[in-house]
Design a protein around this ligand. Structure first.
Ligand code: SF4
Ligand code: SF4
Length: 291
């Protein structure tokens, strides 16, 4: 769920998560930076057999201990899978080696089920392959248009993931709807991921029960006429994530003059925005979502 939604609607968040569990969704993705541990932990009470992934930018052993303790304290449960967030290449991974080796030690001791990386870059996936003995799982961006892949295209990413898959690394696809920018082509987005036999799991963001039910139908290939009306009938707008660096690339790309930088962050004027999604294509940090 997008940040704004769950912060304003805690009750909706709790009921949506438990509804998802009751429908068989068994993998939940969070991260230290998302700042939602407490709420997610509350929502997952009574659903102990689902898996939780979390991520942090840990570099040292102490960072890992701090991150895991924080997750445990706030969620009141352990994360099953701990990933190093936003790894860009083998060089980035090298810089996080102390944390990665320590995570593997925790796994050997039975304190963690799996570890690995999350990335938006082909270089990150290739880097993981170089350290395949230390990586159980890669979580990477993948969608039919390649939106959000910062150093290549969809084919490059597919090839890199296939290599990991053939080395028995678990593969998790994220942003299959391109952060909401591919909602107009939702059938195509789901048809694309359904044929990928080298991805073990997908993460799909949903905002309410209707969308969740629709996504489950789509992922199972049970496409019906009302699918599109669920998507089209909703009022959508652009949301800027808190990790926006204020680089201004989106401002230059927006021909509607709908984005400006305010207090070092991008801000969107909803009246001017026509939801063309061009800004998302230039954002290096995937900070622009359609919600
Ligand atoms: S391009 Fe992305 S990171 Fe840069 S200002 Fe726009 S939203 Fe923020
Ligand atoms: S979606 Fe299009 S109109 Fe809206 S802010 Fe982005 S580039 Fe501008």
């Amino acid at each position: 769920m997008p940040f704004a939604s769950y912060r304003d609607n805690r009750k909706d968040f709790l009921s949506l998560v438990s509804y998802a569990c009751s429908l068989g969704i068994n993998l939940f993705d969070t991260a230290e930076i998302y700042d939602n541990y407490e709420l997610l932990g509350r929502a997952l009470k009574g659903f102990e057999d689902v898996f939780v992934i979390t991520k942090s930018y840990a570099i040292t052993r102490e960072d890992v201990d701090r991150s895991l303790l924080r997750a445990r304290r706030l969620m009141q449960r352990d994360a099953d899978i701990f990933l190093l967030h936003e790894q860009e290449s083998s060089l980035t991974l090298k810089g996080h080696m102390e944390a990665l080796e320590y995570l593997n030690k925790l796994k050997e001791n039975g304190d963690l089920r799996a570890t690995g990386i999350s990335t938006h870059r082909v270089g990150g996936v290739k880097g993981a392959l170089e350290y395949s003995d230390l990586i159980d799982i890669i979580m990477t961006i993948l969608n039919f248009s390649g939106l959000g892949i910062t150093d290549g295209n969809r084919d490059d990413m597919e090839m890199a993931i296939k290599d990991c898959f053939s080395f028995d690394i678990g593969t998790i696809g994220m942003k299959i709807l391109g952060g909401g920018h591919l909602l107009r082509d939702i059938n195509r987005a789901f048809s694309y991921v359904r044929r990928l036999d080298f991805i073990h799991s997908f993460l799909i963001g949903v905002e309410d029960r209707e969308e969740l039910e629709m996504d489950i139908r789509l992922i199972n290939g049970l496409i019906s006429g009302d699918t599109i009306s669920v998507v089209k009938g909703k009022e959508r707008y652009i949301e800027i994530e808190p990790w926006c660096t204020g680089c201004g690339l989106c401002v230059d790309r927006c021909s509607q003059g709908a984005i400006s930088i305010v207090n070092c962050k991008a801000e969107v004027d909803k009246e001017k925005c026509v939801l063309c999604s061009y800004c998302a294509q230039v954002c290096p940090d995937f900070s622009i979502k359609v919600v």
